[in-house]
Write a protein that binds this ligand. Structure first.
Ligand code: CDP
Ligand code: MG
Length: 138
């Protein structure tokens, strides 16, 4: 089934100048970029995006990190886009990520892990709408 999912290149990925490398991995794996922009979240905007994690011990640190510099937000589209993107990304903690995944290759630790990807159709819908209007997705 063709799905859409939200991808973010987090501030660490932007600082490392690997935007092109990451997008290339998506395209080589059959995911199309249906929408894309570079933005800089405020702390409050980062907290809103990660609201599902508001009770977690890492929420404050995570939202500081996500607002420390610009990010690239994208809508990826393709067959099984949600699970395919999660495969390309690798496990949350790079120590547990498989070889050849983005997080294994580039992430420093469990927080600074380079990319975000929606984890279900419901979260994809919420997360895409958080950043993009229907008129911005092709
Ligand atoms: O991003 P993913 O869906 O793989 O993981 P998550 O469990 O939804 O957590 C969201 C983000 O919080 C992660 O990508 C990490 O940046 C951060 N995190 C953290 O700092 N410490 C943890 N123990 C777990 C997650
Ligand atoms: Mg998640």
């Amino acid at each position: 089934m063709i799905e859409r999912t939200l991808s973010i290149i987090k501030p660490d990925g932007v600082k490392k100048s690997i935007i092109g490398e990451i997008i290339s991995r998506f395209e080589k794996n059959g995911l199309r970029i249906s929408a894309m922009k570079k933005i800089w979240l405020t702390k409050e905007e980062a907290k809103g995006f990660y609201i599902v994690h508001k009770e977690r011990p890492f929420y404050d640190s995570l939202t500081d990190f996500m607002s420390e510099g610009p990010i690239v937000v994208m809508v990826l589209e393709g067959e099984q886009a949600i699970s395919k993107n999660r495969e390309i990304m690798g496990a949350t903690n790079p120590a547990n990520a498989s070889p050849g995944t983005i997080r294994k290759d580039f992430a420093e630790n469990v927080e600074r892990n380079i990319v975000h990807g929606s984890d279900s159709p419901e979260t994809a819908q919420f997360e895409i709408a958080y950043f993009f209007s229907a008129l911005e997705i092709f």
